[in-house]
Ligand binder design. Structure first.
Ligand code: PEP
Ligand code: MN
Length: 340
């Protein structure tokens, strides 16, 4: 359940409520919005919720107590109705600006990631992507350069100033990846790896949680709830396409998910049209559609030489095509009340 305090509630009032709930053995999460403070209560049974509501609604600084029936509470829209933002080295995700993350699927060499970083920065991207630990369907294919790649990403950040997003696949690598990453990416194959989700919930680095390739929105939000329940509220959700009967495209990008998530959760929503389509020729159109549908940001694979890419070359944009896409987004975004 959630408890909404009145705008005039003091720090003392807030502490009283929290201590009261903790003394009853409940988990307590605090959301301090611009106007209102919302307290999330975890672990209360239905009859306890009714009792808490009755007792607390008598207090002058409690506006309302709402029992939440969804299996996710902290990431549910009502916990933070105005929406949440994630601040990554000064880049705000979930605000007026639609944020663009771009770069190669995989960090291949220092020269490749530097060339990519310079190109996407010049085009106007805000964040650099690049995989150091790569999930692969085959155990025999390339799995990324690991720590060496993290160092190359850090060098690209040092030169361009772009924050970096990179995937963490294994809880055992988390500490190392956190030393370098500004945003941790959880990939589709790990989207329901609860050990990893709990581990990233313990750290405070922002997380972009991709949708499991066959996850329903509710399952996806419950996965996000794992992270939030550990105290890491810096979460973004990334729609990257789902498995359907269609094979012409690599996945089916679920455009519905964007406005649906806006109803269900306060978390910023990112779109990944590269994995959503698997075809470079389709990426720009689907990126534009995602921004039009209300995405808070996009993540796009860009490679200086897609024909030589170690991974995902077929869906990678050239810097020239990406440059045109950015120009299109700058025209489009104001139509939906945003900037790029
Ligand atoms: C990626 O971003 O390169 C990636 C592996 O994505 P996904 O987990 O969505 O397949
Ligand atoms: Mn990829």
């Amino acid at each position: 359940m959630i408890i909404i305090l009145t705008a005039s509630a003091s720090d003392r009032n807030r502490r009283d409520i929290i201590e009261n709930l903790e003394a009853r053995g409940f988990g307590v999460h605090l959301s301090e919005g611009v106007e209102k403070t919302v307290i999330g209560v975890i672990g209360a049974m239905d009859e306890q919720k009714a009792q808490i509501a009755e007792q607390f609604e008598a207090l002058p600084f409690v506006e309302r107590c709402i029992p939440i029936s969804q299996p996710y509470k902290l990431v549910g829209r009502s916990f933070r109705p105005e929406g949440s933002t994630v601040n990554v080295r000064g880049v705000v995700i979930g605000g007026k600006q639609a944020v663009v993350m771009a770069g190669p699927c995989t960090v291949e060499t220092e020269a490749q990631i530097l060339e990519s970083a310079r190109a996407v920065k010049k085009a106007g991207a805000h964040i650099l992507r690049g995989g150091a630990y790569k999930p692969s369907t085959s155990p025999y294919s390339f799995h990324g350069h690991g720590v060496d790649a993290l160092k190359m990403l850090a060098a690209a950040r040092a030169e361009t100033g772009l924050p970096i997003i990179t995937e963490v696949m294994d809880a055992r690598d988390l500490e190392t990846v956190c030393e370098y990453a500004d945003i941790l990416q959880i990939g589709t194959r790990n989207a329901q790896n609860y050990t990893l989700l709990r581990a990233v919930g313990e750290c405070r680095t922002p997380v972009m949680l991709k949708r499991g390739m066959s996850a329903k929105l509710e399952e996806w939000l419950q996965a996000a709830e794992y992270i939030a329940s550990g105290g890491n509220y810096n979460i973004m959700l990334c729609e990257r396409g789902i498995r359907t009967f269609e094979t012409y495209t690599r996945n089916t990008f679920d455009i519905n998910a964007i406005p649906a998530l806006k109803e269900l959760t306060h978390l910023p929503v990112i779109a990944d049209p590269s994995h959503g389509t698997g075809k470079a020729s389709l990426v720009s159109a689907v990126t534009r559609a995602a921004v039009a549908a209300g995405a808070d940001g996009v993540i796009v694979e860009v490679h200086p030489h897609p024909e030589k890419a170690l991974k995902d070359g077929a869906q990678s944009l050239t810097p020239a095509v990406f440059d045109q896409l950015m120009a299109d987004l700058r025209l489009l975004a104001p139509v939906v009340g945003r900037s790029v």
